[in-house]
Design a protein around this ligand. Sequence first.
Ligand SMILES: *Cc1c(COP(=O)(O)O)cnc(C)c1O
Length: 376
Amino acid sequence: MRPIQMVDTKTQYQKIKSEVDKAVLEVMESSAFINGKPVHDFAAALSSYLGVKHTIPCANGTDALQIAMMALGLQPGDEVITPSFTYIATTEVIALLRLTPVFVEVDAKTFCIDPAALEKAITPKTKAIVPVHLYGHAAPMEAIMAFAQKHNLYVIEDNAQAIGCDYTFSDGTKKKTGSIGHIGATSFYPSKNLGAFGDGGAIFTNDDELAAKMKMVANHGQSRQYYHDVVGCNSRLDSIQAAILNIKLQHLDEYAAARQKAADFYNQAFAGNPRITTPYRASYSSHVYHQYTVLLEGVNRNGLKEFLAERKIPAMIYYPVPGHKQKMFEQFNVASKEMPVTDWLTERVISFPIHTELDEEQLNYIGSAILEFVNQ
Ligand SMILES: *Cc1c(COP(=O)(O)O)cnc(C)c1O
């Protein structure tokens, strides 16, 4: 049996090695390492895949969120509503720009923003909402967009964990996550569903003006060479990463299907077990299983982690400390805010290995080990 990892990028690479090696060599031969043809080809291919007008590649997913917020012209003290139950990058960027993160609760089933929580979080200073499509499941975008429209707020989707996920609106129309808000942001960190061989990120929008601003911000605020109109930053996706991503994008749906197959296996293995709540999928969302995260009830979570580690099975807690309890945010006086749902989830979640290369032997081995501990 192959060793079990949270993600197996090595085996995945072996399957596309000849294509990838050729594309990387081509970039090296051309020596157009920055802003080369693969960067433009990849941006066009991703726009077409997501059904958006503009894709602006950048250096990583954190930058993508930062550039989006910089381009919206938000001012220090403006409030941005975001879940506490997310990876730190989402909320850190808000604070970095001297905006005020306002944490809201998530839904206990979907792990994404609870639309009912928005009403309680809004103030005259609220300017934007950053929903996160956590673990590969969409946030309830229809309700979030309706709320944003009513209150004249921007919506920036953090799509770092859900690229390829489909959202179905109540009238039956479908859109990809990341293409629904005013701006979408994603990451190509190697372990993400569309992962590069290094860092990378991108921003999406259908708005021509916002696209032009974000391009400018990502390139030192430059409108034409050596003319800098706004304070920007330097954030680029390099040609080698773009060439690799261009190949991997062609496999993205197949990768999602492989993750879904692994998730189906776990779902069946754990079905009806009162101590394991398997991932929920709302009718409006597909699930691309960036993570396979369950809730444990009456199980010693650390004990399970150790039991699995002894059998060389990794498991992770995403994330052990929610935003409202991070020291980083104490200055925003949010530490005292009560977030019972987020705290309840934080104590119960555990993520098991899920990736495109898991075979039946590995899944059987993982599933039986989990059940052996849980049912003892
Ligand atoms: C990975 C991730 C990011 C940041 O992406 P980087 O490329 O690592 O900067 C942001 N938000 C979420 C939800 C993520 O999972």
